[in-house]
Design a protein. Structure first.
Length: 88
């Protein structure tokens, strides 16, 4: 087939000249929208991604900041249970 684009069978071009042509080379390509970036943080205990509006931040007396994804993880951290020994 001589058509440049992949089109559904019901829109196939009958004569090859009726197919839409590519834009001329002297015209710049159309601009694409930039992808939205969402700032995520990592859970200190599980290393899961935490999206905005989720999780709990804990600041220890020495100033170390820990960010937890759930209250269960926060509880396990404060019970000093190691994440490596847990079966997730």
């Amino acid at each position: 087939e001589l058509c440049h684009f992949t089109v559904p069978f019901w829109l196939k071009c009958s004569p090859p000249l009726a197919c839409p042509e590519r834009p001329p080379a002297d015209r710049p390509p159309p601009l694409r929208a930039a992808a939205m970036v969402i700032k995520t943080e990592l859970c200190h205990f599980t290393e899961y991604r935490i999206y905005p509006g989720r999780g709990q931040r804990f600041i220890a007396k020495d100033g170390k900041v820990s960010f937890f994804i759930t209250s269960k993880v926060d509880s396990l951290f404060h019970q000093r249970i190691k994440a490596v020994k847990l079966r997730w």
